[in-house]
Design a protein around this ligand. Structure first.
Ligand SMILES: [Zn+2]
Length: 303
């Protein structure tokens, strides 16, 4: 009898675990096609882990992590073809369609084409928008027609803040500069488009967590995600832990959203969830809010 009792939990472990993980909305997931898979990322991450073998395996491994960790919605950004491919294979309506853009003219898009994409519901979130990598900021004139359309159609904006990949400036993003990741550089956008739904990605990174908090204080409509900070290096984990502690103390935790930013490493989703769960200064309610409720509020998802 005792032996069989010992056996049962082994089989039930995956089910019990899935039940114990609260629902998650991942506000920061990346998709690829083979044309850009691994083009911007190093062969191995900080810990020596290699990325997925190719774009399709990467998609499958990411979806497996969605299932394992009770991720019910995911804001997916990548080149338009990759996002479309993920949506086509998304039997659970998990995917929220984003678009990854570094420069306002990426993929040959202009404001006319963009408005059509929005009308056709091909873009549900304008992001990840990462002007940082093209040497621009979201406040620059070239981005304004897009933001006007986002405000008009109530399309949320997701903007990269903080730095980029070490070495990127010497390879794929020669115009990237650390100073361009300062959240204060989007302040003019917040002033010009007060109705715009917008969130910072990476909470100001290692460089400006305090600017992220100050901006959230000054502009109560502003949200942030946590993203790559949760997993990519012990140093970013150190910063984000401090950010969360400070955001909690300041009373702005109700605008902080989970994001994994897995890039080519789908295992990072699990690593991010586990890291957030391990933070003992956050209550069960704090974690439920960060994992699901805050994003549901931001995205206006009912239930
Ligand atoms: Zn990202």
């Amino acid at each position: 009898m005792k032996v069989s009792i010992l056996f049962i939990p082994i089989f039930l472990v995956p089910c019990l675990f899935a039940q114990s993980q609260v629902k998650i909305i991942d506000m920061h997931v990346h998709s690829y096609t083979d044309s850009d898979f691994g083009e911007r990322e190093p062969a191995s991450d900080y810990y020596g882990n290699k990325g997925s073998k190719n774009a399709e395996i990467h998609r499958q491994e990411t979806v497996a992590a969605f299932k394992k960790w009770n991720i019910v919605k995911a804001m997916v950004s990548g080149n338009p073809q990759s996002v479309e491919n993920w949506v086509t294979k998304d039997s659970n309506q998990r995917i929220i369609r984003g678009i990854l853009m570094f420069a306002p003219s990426d993929y040959g898009i202009d404001s006319v084409k963009f408005e059509q994409l929005v009308k056709d519901k091909k873009i549900e979130v304008f992001g990840e928008i990462a002007p940082y990598y093209s040497g621009t900021t979201l406040s620059d004139s070239a981005w304004q027609p897009y933001l006007r359309i986002c405000e008009k159609y109530d399309i949320p904006v997701a903007v990269h803040t903080g730095g980029g990949d070490p070495g990127g400036t010497y390879s794929w993003s020669p115009k990237a500069r650390l100073r361009l990741g300062d959240p204060y550089l989007i302040e003019d956008v917040l002033v010009k488009y007060p109705k715009l739904r917008i969130y910072l990605m990476h909470a100001g990174g290692e460089d400006w967590p305090e600017h992220a908090i100050r901006l959230m204080a000054y502009y109560p409509q502003l949200y942030t995600d946590l993203a790559v900070m949760l997993w990519v290096e012990p140093n970013t984990q150190r910063y984000i832990k401090e950010f969360l502690r400070n955001a909690k103390e300041a009373g702005y935790l109700d605008r902080v959203m989970f994001g994994s930013d897995q890039m080519v490493w789908p295992y990072a989703i699990e690593k991010s969830v586990r890291f957030l769960n391990s933070l003992t200064f956050l209550t069960k309610k704090d974690k439920e809010d960060i994992f699901y409720n805050n994003a549901a509020k931001f995205l206006r998802i009912k239930n």
